[in-house]
Design a protein around this ligand. Structure first.
Ligand code: ADP
Ligand code: MG
Length: 586
């Protein structure tokens, strides 16, 4: 079963959350941040103006208050009267501007959140498609399903939560500044109460964070495993051996359930304890203000409002931090997947355009997977237009040999030459464009037969597809389907028989009229009649159009028509003249 790479919590927690903002262009970040800061300032001005308003209405001598003095002084400078209407207008105006700027910020954030999600998905798809072959072999595909879906969405949510967090921190700071100007005792009290609240509830935050991470890791591994199981479900169903997997998933689900329960409990506890703590501190503060500091009632009310606002914003910031923690794992997960795939990017070292007119030569080629030698000193030349059969016991390295020829693996020693040019100098991406390839484990997409043959490439006409289907011996049964080549092949091709699917795959390899056709046991599931049909068609293409054919097969059908037979055994390659060659020369 697949092992999904995961981070130890220590690794993850050391990652700064602000890095999420780097997923967005700096200009957009700057726009969001300045809208948030300006909104905070306008709200601050609105709230602060409550102090002079109370002073003016009550005329209770609290004009001595610093904030009131400042604002009334500012009014004098622009020749406005100290009048409740003017002050109310400032309060209303401040709030209105705050609202407008917040809306503006939210619009930007909305776009940014969508951009983060889309950008990560695009980045992942791009990195995946450009990775080298050896990378995919080690990957559980379900991992990417999760990364492309939920995790990318959560990466966007993480940005959203982060801007919210920032906005609350800005507001809290502005309120604190106002409080500090109005009275340093008030500022101190605000800080103290905030610290008490954050400190006493921090435990719940950490619990939520830890459980969010557990949940994410388990979900990821479960998705990867489920995909694996579903791809290979048929034999398990056929032998009634699927039960064990059900049990495995139950284990995962149990852990996920427990983590979810703890996370939600911690979050809700955090939220519901904030209010009582705030209320307690507030009553204590009002008592102190009235009884010990002997402040005016009106002023105390406004200051209580400031205090309550500051502390509740700090509380909200704490909740938002929890949201960041909950969603950041999605961001990092996709971020890592992209980085990993990018590091495995296939770099076409060679730049020369490929030409295949003469021959392919393997010169003393060796290849090993780690310690294990698969191919040793392989040397042979394959002339253009030849039909070659490659045989050998299973596990001998036949598929690997073809992978080397396609540049999917690089030889550990020796080199491969195409028309005398080392493959390492050739642009392999374009070289592969000259080949038609039918793999041993073929796979059809849940799409029409037409799309399965063209792979969605628009340059192929329906006539091209029909020609390829005819050459592959598939036209007869395709034409009989109710919708012909527009019939759906079914997910992983399950609507067609094994032999029919193979013929569609052969048509796919022929539609672009390749110069080299590689068939990896591609006709082995066919009945003798249909196998002969394909063998004859393909040999016809070799004779008439100079198509070069490399067919991995044990079947007599290929042995008897091949110009030469290559035999791979114990890492060594032996060349035999085939029956056809013996017949021709004898
Ligand atoms: P064949 O096609 O002749 O049946 P393969 O070329 O598929 O054989 O495999 C040759 C050997 O290389 C096998 O023993 C297989 O276990 C090993 N092998 C194939 N792919 C890998 C890989 N990605 N990593 C390690 N070993 C591999
Ligand atoms: Mg093979």
């Amino acid at each position: 079963m697949s092992a999904v790479p995961s981070h130890t919590p220590a690794q993850v927690s050391s990652r700064p959350i602000w890095r999420i903002a780097t997923a967005i262009p700096g200009r957009r970040n700057a726009a969001v941040l300045s809208c948030i800061v300006l909104a905070g300032i306008f709200e601050g001005i609105g709230i602060a103006t409550l102090l002079p308003l109370i002073a003016v209405i009550g005329d209770d001598g609290s004009k001595t208050n610093k904030i009131s003095q400042l604002i009334l002084h500012a009014l004098d400078r622009v020749h406005l009267p100290h009048n409740p209407i003017v002050l109310l207008a400032i309060i209303g105006g401040g709030m209105l501007l705050k609202g407008a700027l917040s809306l503006l910020a939210l619009r930007q954030v909305g776009r940014a959140v969508a951009d983060v999600g889309a950008g990560m998905r695009l980045g992942l798809i791009d990195a995946l498609l450009k990775a080298r072959w050896s990378y995919y072999v080690r990957q559980p595909v379900g991992r990417f399903a999760g990364a492309l879906g939920d995790e990318s969405s959560r990466a966007g949510d993480a940005y959203d939560a982060m801007t919210q967090l920032f906005s609350q921190l800005v507001q809290a700071t502005i309120y604190l500044i106002i409080a500090a100007i109005a009275s340093w005792q008030l500022a101190l009290l605000s800080i103290l109460v905030s610290l008490i609240m954050v400190g006493s509830l921090n435990r719940f935050l950490l619990v939520a964070k830890r459980n969010a991470r557990t949940q994410n890791e388990r979900l990821k591994s479960m998705l990867a495993r489920l995909t694996d199981v579903l791809i290979g479900i048929k034999p398990m169903k056929a032998m009634s051996r699927q039960a064990r997997f059900g049990v495995l998933f139950l284990e995962d689900l149990k852990v996920i359930k427990r983590a979810a329960r703890r996370q939600v409990f911690a979050r809700n506890t955090n939220r519901s304890l904030q209010e009582p703590i705030l209320a307690l501190c507030l009553t204590f503060g009002i008592f102190m203000a009235l009884q010990v500091l002997h402040l005016q009632v009106g002023e105390v009310m406004v200051m209580s409002l400031l205090l309550a606002k500051t502390v509740s914003i700090v509380g909200k910031a704490q909740m938002e931090l929890q949201n960041v923690y909950r969603s950041e794992s999605g961001y990092w997960s996709v971020f890592d997947a992209i980085a990993e795939a990018r590091a495995q990017r296939e770099t076409a070292a060679g730049k020369r355009p490929p030409s295949f007119e003469r021959d392919i030569e393997f010169r003393d080629v060796g290849f090993s997977f780690g310690e294990r030698d698969i191919i040793r000193h392989a040397g042979f030349t394959l002339a253009a237009g030849e039909v070659i059969a490659l045989t050998g016991p299973s596990g001998a390295g036949k598929t690997t040999l073809v992978d080397l020829l396609l540049g999917l693996h690089t030889p550990t020693s020796g080199n491969i030459f195409i028309d005398g040019v080392p493959l390492s100098d050739i642009d392999v991406i374009r070289w592969r464009g000259l080949t038609g390839y039918v793999p041993q484990e073929l796979m059809l997409f849940n799409d029409s037969i037409l799309m399965n043959v063209t792979l969605g490439e628009a340059q192929f006409s329906r006539d091209d597809v029909e020609r390829a289907l005819r050459q592959a011996g598939a036209w007869e049964f395709v034409a009989q389907l109710p919708e012909g080549m527009d019939s759906i092949a079914g997910e992983r091709g399950t609507l067609l028989s094994g032999g029919q699917r193979q013929r569609i795959a052969v048509a796919r390899a022929l539609v672009h009229q390749p110069k080299l056709l590689i068939l990896d046991e591609a006709t082995s599931a066919l009945d003798p009649v249909n196998e002969h049909l394909i063998v004859n068609n393909v040999c016809g293409l070799a004779r008439e159009r100079g198509l070069t054919v490399l067919a991995i097969s044990h079947h007599q059908a290929w042995m008897s028509v091949a110009d030469r037979v290559l035999k791979l055994k114990d890492g060594h390659l032996a060349v035999e003249n085939s029956a056809a060659r013996v017949r021709a020369t004898g």
